[in-house]
Design a binder for this molecule. Structure first.
Ligand code: F6P
Length: 329
């Protein structure tokens, strides 16, 4: 099915888990569109709003005073209905009814999967903007939200280190990352963790115990293990059980950072990235680009066809592996 014609009206939505920087991105999309004479509709609650026709008209002042705030002004959802043919048909009917000519989707890999299917079934231009604190989307070096989440996790590790050192304790800090070790790796490295456990590498209990033993032998006053929630070990609780079994009586603190990493005011880096992506996405639509995801690689804005976007895994090999092994422990 087809929707053709000159670009006059666009829709913008945020879909999937929230991430710091979404508001900065919505602001950039709306301001760039208005600057270019386009009408902008905000879609509330992600794909659910697209199906329900829950649209709100936006102008330059509807996005005033939001660049520094976390969450999303438009709200979001993980839509099960958009995974169905009937849900997507309804969404296209709502798009047609509202005379929307193109859609800007600020989403993660799950949302892009939905967009891939939708753009195969219906001819409506889509531009994707990658956001996820997990940073696990191909076609970009970095996604909106990752830098803020990383800093939140690092600051938490720094604070836990104070207590760990004062009392000579072991702490296991669990960070988010269902299938992704980006936060664990980044925050662990920046926080000087003694061990980093991530889903992309095989769990090695023996090695972990050795690393901790060596740490005590070197008279370290604290030990911090950073574990991604999706790691094979089963997360902080399981890692603590394992260490306790081999070190009876040793205090082992557990700190699960959870959704503290998803909220909060975006860092300058996230606000700038979100602004570049929002601006670039509208410019791309105006120049005739269709069904692509904007990204940034080696500091240059780039585009990847939606059909080629997939989950990206952190490759802990070669120099990166060598560096982590050298600096942890
Ligand atoms: O994908 C981002 C993420 O924060 C993951 O790291 C985490 O596993 C998941 O979302 C949690 O999702 P929800 O907020 O829906 O529980």
């Amino acid at each position: 099915m087809k929707k053709t014609g000159k670009l006059k009206k666009i829709a913008v939505l945020t879909s999937g888990g929230d991430a710091p920087g979404l508001n900065a991105c919505i602001r950039a999309v709306v301001r760039t569109a208005v600057f270019n004479g386009l009408t902008v509709m905000g879609v509330r609650k992600g794909f659910e709003g697209l199906i329900a026709g829950d649209f709100v008209s936006m102008n330059a002042s509807s996005v005033s005073g939001i660049i520094h705030s976390g969450g999303t002004l438009l709200q979001s959802s993980r839509s099960e209905r958009f995974k169905t043919k009937a849900g997507r048909k309804k969404a296209f009917e709502q798009i047609t009814k509202a005379n929307i000519d193109a859609v800007i989707l600020i989403g993660g890999d799950g949302s892009f999967e939905g967009a891939k299917t939708f753009t195969k079934e219906y001819e409506i231009p889509f531009i994707g903007i990658p956001k996820t604190i997990d940073n696990d989307i191909s076609g970009t070096d970095i996604c909106i939200g990752y830098d803020t989440a990383l800093n939140t996790a690092m600051q938490a590790i720094d604070k836990i280190r104070d207590t760990a050192q004062s009392h000579e304790r072991i702490f296991i800090v669990e960070v988010m990352g269902r299938d992704s070790g980006y936060i664990a790796y980044g925050a662990g490295l920046a926080g000087g963790a003694e061990a980093i456990l991530i889903p992309e590498t095989k769990a090695d209990a023996e090695n972990l115990l050795q690393v901790l033993k060596k740490g005590w032998k070197r008279d370290k006053s604290s030990l911090i293990v950073v574990v991604a929630e999706g790691d094979e070990s089963g997360g902080a609780g399981k890692v603590a059980e394992l260490i306790e079994k081999h070190n009876p009586g040793q205090y082992i603190g557990i700190c699960i950072l959870g959704h503290t990493q998803r909220g909060g005011s975006p860092t300058a880096a996230d606000r700038i990235l979100a602004s570049k992506f929002g601006y670039g996405a509208v410019e791309a639509l105006l120049s005739g680009k269709r069904n692509s995801m904007i990204g940034i690689k080696k500091n240059e804005i780039c585009f990847t066809p939606l059909a080629k976007v997939k989950k990206q895994h952190l490759a802990v090999t070669g120099n990166l592996l060598k560096m982590i092994t050298t600096l942890t422990g």
